[in-house]
Each structure stands twice: as structure tokens, then as C-alpha cells.
Design a protein around this ligand. Structure first.
Ligand SMILES: Cc1cc2nc3c(=O)[nH]c(=O)nc-3n(C[C@H](O)[C@H](O)[C@H](O)COP(=O)(O)OP(=O)(O)OC[C@H]3O[C@@H](n4cnc5c(N)ncnc54)[C@H](O)[C@@H]3O)c2cc1C
Length: 369
């Protein structure tokens, strides 16, 4: 079977869904192709579900810009579409005086990124609000929140389908070819088919570099090397000791073993950073002691028996573990010379927060709006 549409989005994670929704809202006949039996089973189902404020990112980077824009868009969207979320706030904590410089640096970076609402609080004041916490100072970010990411994806899908978009599940893009006025994709599913479209968005998450490699005509030297950083979580049984999200000063490749809450108020710790060759989602119970020591730097009374292995996610890093890219990579025709094709590479955190802003950025680079 062979047919053509205006636009195809590859991958029905939160970013692909946001892009597909945006394309149909711009009036384009759009098909969203997803390899799995359900949407949202990739990176988007295995994360911390935090709406980030945008504190840490390099000023001027895509992460800084799209996180800040995306965060407010996301709060507005959640309100208007009744997606479950809560602006719980977060503290980044310095557990020793030696970390104060790093905390000040995060505060300056946050301000440079337009997060003027952040403020420093001292350890005594922090302890008066969170008696179980031990820190010498904390940076308070009141605009950080938590979200039901599956509810968000369901709402995006509703908008997309109501506007006439079609989601094709069990449809894996195996290869493709750049033509004069369209790109043809070979799709394997219940039946094999070829779909041609003027606009293609590659939002295949961990596999986005591999999908790009399989489209003949995409310059190979522009496709970044992918590498994977697994992040494991441990859940905490019983009541959460904290009312807000608690983050240590960040570590290389991740934000440190932090405490997040889900919308039911249950606490979990993680994700850590573990470089792996191929994605795998098992959580090693042998890590409990390491988690405990990391948590005890800010919660000394943490009891090991309350920690259980939870779940794991895999970050789509670009480069090598020794030298990985620190920003999203969005490639459009001005980068690779192929009209209508956008590749989304390395959409790790804060991709969930940024998804609506990423969709706007993609549409604008395609010259649709
Ligand atoms: C441990 C962890 C914690 C995180 N925490 C946060 C957080 O708190 N806040 C935040 O803002 N961000 C967070 N993120 C980042 C966020 O989860 C991601 O940026 C976002 O989910 C990426 O969505 P996506 O749609 O690009 O990818 P995915 O959700 O992986 O979607 C890609 C889809 O493409 C499909 N696919 C792949 N290949 C093909 C093919 N050939 N044909 C068809 N379909 C294909 C896959 O099946 C998948 O469904 C976190 C990430 C990780 C790993």
C-alpha cells in the first residue's frame, strides 16, 4: 500500500504527540506513526514527571529557552484541559558549606535564564518548614511542579484526533528516501506500506539517530552518535518526609539523587546516572546502599528498610559518556538542506516540560506558521 499525506510524525511520545497536535491545528493532514502497541511507552513513560522551572541550563541554549517557554505553556494547557498537575515547588540544597558556591552559581544561572522568582533561604529557615531536612542553605524554586504525563499525552492525542489526525500504532519506520518534493517512508506493521509526505518530524526518542540514518539522503556526518544514560529510581514506603521536591547540587550527566513526589504524595528518589550500551530497565537492588548514602546527605534519618527498587528510564544522550552534548539538537533544512524534514535528537530532560515549546519551534523552522 502506498499513500501520501501532508505530514508524518515518527514516534508517539510526549514530543511527537505535541508536534502532531500542532501540525493538525495548523491544518495539515497528519499521520503519527508509533512502533509500539500503545502511545507514550518510551522515555515519556519513565521519567520524574517534573515541570522544571529552567534553573540549570546554559543561558542561550535550546534547553534554557524551550524549558522556560514550555513550562508556562504547559501550566496553562494543564489548567485549560484539566490535566492533573501541582505547582509544589522545589529546593536545591547545599548540604555543606563547600557546596554554597555551586548553589550560588545555580542561582545566578537561574536568574540569567529569566527565573527571577528563585530565592536563597538559610538552613534554619529551611528546617522550620521541612524539619527532616539537613542543609546549610537552599535555593527555592516556587514555579517547579509535577504533572500526570500520561494524562498530558492522552489530552494531546484527543486534540490531535479531534482535529482529524490519525495515530497508527504497531507501525515502525524501517527506512526512507528523500525525494524532490517529498520524503517516502517504508513502514512495517500488520501490513507494509510506503507513506510520502512533504513534512516529516523524526521524534523517535532513543532511536531518533537510528531512524535518521535509515533515511537515504540525510547527510550521515550530521547525525550525532547516540549513547544511553540509565536512571534508576527507588520508591519510599510510607509518608513522604517532605512537602516539596528536594534536589541536591547536580552531578555530571544528571540532577543528582533527588526526591520527587507523585500526584498522590508518594515519594521516590532518583534517577542516578549509569552509562549503558543498550537500553535496559531493570533496577538493581544492590544499589540500595548507594542511594541511602546519597539521600542521607540531605535526609539523615532516612531508613534503608523504607527504600524499594522502583523503575528506570534511559536518557537519550548524544556523543560519548566522556563528552556528551549539553543541549537538545533540532535539525531542520538550514542544517541538512532537506526541505520539510526535522530531526529531534537528544530530547532528554527537560523534554517533558518543553514539549509544547518544542512543537512551536519545529513548526516555525518548517515555515508552516
Ligand atoms: C530518567 C528520566 C527522567 C526524566 N525526568 C524528566 C522530568 O522530570 N521533566 C522533564 O521535563 N523531562 C524529564 N525527562 C525527559 C523526558 O521524559 C523526555 O524528554 C521526553 O519524554 C521525550 O519524549 P519523546 O517523545 O522525545 O520520546 P519517547 O517518549 O521515547 O517517544 C519516542 C517514540 O518513538 C517510537 N519509535 C522509536 N522508533 C520508531 C520507529 N522506527 N518507528 C515508529 N516509532 C518509533 C518509540 O516507540 C517511542 O514511543 C526525563 C527523562 C529520563 C530518561
Amino acid at each position: 500500500m502506498s499513500f501520501s499525506v501532508d505530514a508524518v510524525v515518527i514516534g508517539a511520545g510526549v514530543v511527537g504527540l505535541a508536534c502532531a497536535r500542532r501540525l493538525t491545528m495548523a491544518g495539515l493532514e497528519t499521520v503519527l506513526l508509533e512502533r509500539e502497541r500503545h502511545f507514550g511507552q518510551g522515555i515519556s513513560s519513565r521519567n520524574s514527571e517534573v515541570i522544571h522551572a529552567g534553573l540549570y541550563y546554559r543561558p542561550g541554549s535550546l534547553k534554557a529557552k524551550l524549558c522556560r517557554m514550555g513550562r508556562e505553556r504547559l501550566y496553562d494547557y494543564c489548567k485549560s484541559r484539566h490535566v492533573n498537575h501541582r505547582r509544589v515547588g522545589k529546593w536545591v540544597v547545599a548540604s555543606s558549606t563547600g557546596q554554597l558556591v555551586a548553589l550560588e552559581q545555580i542561582a545566578s544561572r537561574a536568574k540569567a535564564n529569566g527565573c527571577d522568582e528563585v530565592s536563597m533561604i538559610d538552613g534554619d529557615y529551611a528546617a522550620s518548614l521541612e524539619p527532616e531536612l539537613r542543609c546549610v542553605a537552599a535555593l527555592s524554586s516556587p514555579s517547579t511542579g509535577i504533572i500526570d504525563s500520561h494524562g498530558l499525552m492522552t489530552a494531546f492525542l484527543g486534540d490531535f484526533e479531534n482535529a482529524g489526525g490519525v495515530l497508527a500504532l504497531c507501525s515502525s519506520v524501517e527506512s526512507g528516501e528523500v525525494g524532490d518534493n517529498a520524503i517516502a517512508l517504508n513502514v512495517h506493521g500488520d501490513e507494509s506500506s510506503t507513506i510520502s509526505a512533504r513534512f516529516i518530524i523524526n521524534a523517535a526518542g532513543l532511536d531518533a539517530p537510528m531512524v535518521a540514518e535509515r533515511i537515504a539522503g540525510v547527510p550521515n556526518h550530521l547525525i550525532p552518535r547516540r549513547c544511553f544514560a540509565k536512571g534508576s529510581y527507588f520508591t519510599l514506603s510510607g509518608k513522604s518526609p517532605f512537602q516539596r521536591l528536594i534536589y541536591p547540587v547536580p552531578e555530571s550527566g544528571g540532577l543528582g539523587v533527588h526526591l520527587t513526589l507523585d500526584l498522590q504524595g508518594q515519594a521516590r528518589f532518583g534517577p542516578d546516572v549509569e552509562w549503558i550500551e543498550t537500553p535496559d530497565y531493570t533496577v538493581d537492588s544492590g544499589k540500595t546502599e548507594r542511594f541511602l548514602q546519597a539521600i542521607k546527605t540531605y535526609w539523615p534519618r532516612c531508613d534503608k528498610s523504607r527504600l524499594q527498587p522502583g523503575y528506570a528510564g534511559v536518557r537519550p544522550k548524544l556523543g560519548t559518556p566522556a563528552k556528551f552534548a549539553d543541549d537538545f539538537v533540532i535539525q531542520s533544512s538550514e542544517n541538512h538542506g532537506i526541505g520539510g524534514l526535522v530531526n529531534l535528537f537528544g530530547i532528554e530532560s527537560p523534554g517533558l516540560t518543553s514539549c509544547l515549546a518544542i512543537a512551536d519551534e519545529v513548526i516555525s523552522r518548517m515555515g508552516i506558521d
